[in-house]
Design a protein around this ligand. Structure first.
Ligand code: KG4
Ligand code: ZN
Length: 350
């Protein structure tokens, strides 16, 4: 079975081909092409939905062809067409989704609508030889921070989530206040490597509360109040380099501390011994290192996908599509895109 995945929910146009080979648990990732629009949106300090949508339309035919060429397959070989149906920017979602449906219709092959967060959540298993296993998922992206007990690809229990800003959003908003380029997460991460995480006392919201939800919106407020104490008029461009690095390191550490504390608590509560981390924020160097240390101490196996599978990509969409196709979970062609899509098979914790 050959699955073609398309991702266009935000500012990456991506197409991937993944093949299931008889007798092998692990599907083969044949290609994963990503055309990023980040340099374009950087000019405006954030994603402009109309520009994103227009550029997906421009980029998609070539990205599709490249994905087929790299896989050495023709569009006629594809058995299933999968595409992100939400959550995301509605006009951006429509481009990839409509393309996948049109291809499925023309080829007389099935279509599968995929939840973008489900794609992220399952992505650490793309390269895992023994396939999907019950695990705890920490999904940290630009729009969501989730802790999920995953028993199977359609059996999830939500244990915790961000009640306001997601972790990536907190990075991006603080970066904007510091006049750093979009997206801010990688910029803060880079500067933090040269900074002292203990220099500034940044709040760790809800860290001691017994539930597993997050709240990161207070971080930007604390930076807002801190800046005028550090430089005249609070102008971040007047910060000396070391202070900027120390501030980034302190903010990064606050986010990491909360994420790790809640994740450890969820591991203890569930007894799960496998942790899979996904979403753009899982590229964070500090988070990766400190999670590795925490998991080694706790006897927990840690799955961290490579960065190319961590930020938005279509391999995760093809993979989720393949798992659903195995179970015959196809979607009608009139399935709408849903910018606020919730995970199916999802139950809140009792
Ligand atoms: O998963 P993703 O590519 O898109 C969404 O589904 O949102 O995540 C993008 C987010 C952005 O907020 C970006 O700043 C953040 O991931 N990000 C990082 C790093 N690389 C990307 N955050 C912290 N450190 C990084 N190295
Ligand atoms: Zn994403």
């Amino acid at each position: 079975m050959l699955v073609l995945g398309i991702e266009s929910s935000c500012d990456e146009t991506a197409v991937s081909l993944m093949e299931e080979v008889a007798g092998e648990v692990q599907p083969r990732l044949l290609s994963s092409i990503i055309a990023t629009q980040i340099p374009l949106h950087r000019l405006y300090g954030g994603v402009i939905p109309e520009l994103a949508s227009r550029n997906h339309s421009v980029a998609l035919p070539e990205v599709l062809q490249q994905a087929l060429d790299e896989a050495g397959r023709s569009i006629h070989d594809v058995d299933v067409f999968a595409s992100t149906a939400g959550p995301g920017l509605v006009a951006a979602l429509l481009v990839g989704n409509t393309a996948a449906k049109a291809l499925a219709l023309a080829a007389g092959k099935p279509f599968i609508a995929i939840n973008h967060m489900e794609g992220h959540m399952l992505s650490p298993f793309i390269n895992r030889p023994n396939g999907l296993e019950p695990h705890l998922a920490l999904v940290v992206s630009g729009g969501h921070s989730l802790i999920v007990n995953v028993q199977n690809h359609d059996d999830y229990t939500l244990m915790g989530r961000s009640l306001d800003d997601a972790a990536g959003e907190a990075f991006d908003k603080v970066a904007k206040m510091l006049d750093l380029p979009y997206p801010g997460g990688p910029e803060i991460d880079k500067l933090a490597e040269r900074g002292d995480p203990k220099r500034f006392d940044i709040p760790r919201p809800m860290i001691h509360e017994p539930h597993l939800n997050f709240s990161f919106s207070g971080l930007k407020t604390s930076v807002l109040y801190l800046l005028p104490k550090l430089v005249e008029n609070g102008n971040p461009n007047n910060l000396d380099e070391q202070t900027l690095c120390d501030l980034c390191a302190s903010v990064r550490q606050a986010i990491i501390d909360v994420l790790i504390k809640k994740t450890r608590r969820a591991l203890n509560e569930t007894g799960l011994r496998l942790l899979a981390v996904s979403g753009g924020v899982s590229c964070n160097q500090g988070l990766r290192e400190q999670l590795a240390t925490a998991c080694a101490n706790d006897g927990v196996e840690l799955l961290l996908p490579p960065n190319s599978l961590t930020t938005d990509n279509a391999a995760m969409i093809a993979f989720a599509g393949l798992l659903k196709a195995r179970d015959g979970q196809f979607s009608p062609l009139d399935t709408p895109v849903d910018p606020n899509m919730k995970l199916a098979g999802y139950q809140a914790r009792a």
